[in-house]
Design a protein around this ligand. Structure first.
Ligand code: APR
Length: 315
């Protein structure tokens, strides 16, 4: 087979938008898999019918059968449910954990050499459980959150300064949630640190808006959560891997001593290339930044333990 293949598990908002981006950027053939009969096939056919207009020749296959995903280069897991009214956090944790672990295991049996990207929330916990369920080496399994959180931070900086988004670069580390660790010292406008351009109170306001970025959109949309930028953010990771671009992106990675953390997934700067995570870069951080990263890891650990306890109780 000449064309690379990306499987996207979960053909919901994030999954279907990601499939569209991958095909229309002409990066790979896409297999869209969901549990709902017919729906992924309908989406795939709809995407295929646009090929002549969008000028690409990538195949998009919709399916409910894991056999169709075989020999993928990358598997992205977006399957899961958002929290519904009446559902506790624990219910959601258990439901999504089961879905993600099953998706990872089933994909693994058809694509043992693929690189795995987890997108389902709560992100850092789901990535850990998928890693544990599959036993994948740490360079081939990662979570997407940091690119999204960084894109939000960059957007708010660009809006505040009235400058072009292309000129703003920022990195957000740590877990995906309220405790994330934006790094204003390392945020720049064409190389100029934002700490030279904005006062501390303004930066703090932008940091808070970034932390609340997902919730702000849920509140406005009412019936769903963000999917355009989550899909774009995942696509950038897919692209860096498929094209061996060596981009340095914040990625939820399994840590073994980096930043003083062990046996946990959290967002850190990673070089992404054809073999997956090719390097975890250890930045010089202040004590406060290190503390914030450790607080994230502590919270993720608590939720992993909680998920494992719930599993033990129901099995
Ligand atoms: N296998 C495959 N697909 C599944 C499974 C399963 N076991 N269980 C559920 N799904 C599918 C649903 O049928 C649905 O089509 O996962 C899809 C999820 O899509 P949406 O509900 O539209 O959710 P989306 O907005 O795409 O978000 C997906 O990404 O950003 C995160 O928090 C978000 O965890 C959520 C995930």
């Amino acid at each position: 087979r000449h064309s690379p293949r990306v499987t996207v598990i979960g053909a919901g908002k994030v999954g279907s938008t990601l499939a569209q981006r991958i095909a229309e950027k002409n990066l790979a053939d896409v297999v869209l898999l969901d549990v709902v009969e017919g729906m992924p096939r309908g989406l795939a056919l709809d995407l295929m019918e646009a090929r002549g207009i969008e000028l690409h020749n990538r195949r998009i296959i919709g399916t409910t059968d894991y056999a169709d995903t075989s020999d993928s280069d990358i598997v992205v897991i977006t399957a899961g449910f958002p929290r519904k009214p009446g559902m506790t956090r624990d219910d959601l944790l258990l439901t999504n954990a089961k879905i993600v672990m099953e998706a990872a295991n089933k994909s693994m049996s058809y694509s043992p050499d693929a690189i795995y990207i987890v997108v389902t929330n709560p992100l850092d916990v789901m990535t850990y459980l998928a890693w544990q369920a599959t036993g994948l080496p740490r360079d081939r399994i990662m979570g997407m959150a940091g690119v999204l959180d960084s894109a939000r931070f960059e957007t708010f900086i660009a809006m505040e300064l009235g400058v072009c988004s292309l000129d703003v670069k920022a990195m957000v580390l740590g877990s995906h949630g309220d405790l994330m660790v934006p790094l204003p010292r390392y945020a720049t406008v064409n190389g100029i640190p934002i700490t030279e351009l904005l006062d501390a109170a303004t930066i703090e306001r932008l940091v808070q808006r970034t932390r609340n970025g997902g919730a702000e959109i849920v509140e406005l949309m009412q019936t769903g959560s963000a999917f355009y930028t989550p899909a774009s953010s995942t696509c950038v990771m897919v692209e860096s891997i498929l094209l061996n671009q060596s981009r340095l992106l914040p990625v939820a990675a399994y840590l073994q001593g980096e930043y003083g953390l062990n046996d946990i997934f959290t967002g850190v700067p990673c070089r992404l290339g054809s073999s997956g995570i090719e390097e975890i870069m250890e930045l010089k951080l202040t004590d406060a930044e290190i503390d914030a990263l450790h607080t994230c890891a502590h919270e993720v650990r608590k939720n992993i333990t909680r998920a494992q306890e719930i599993f033990a109780a129901v099995s």
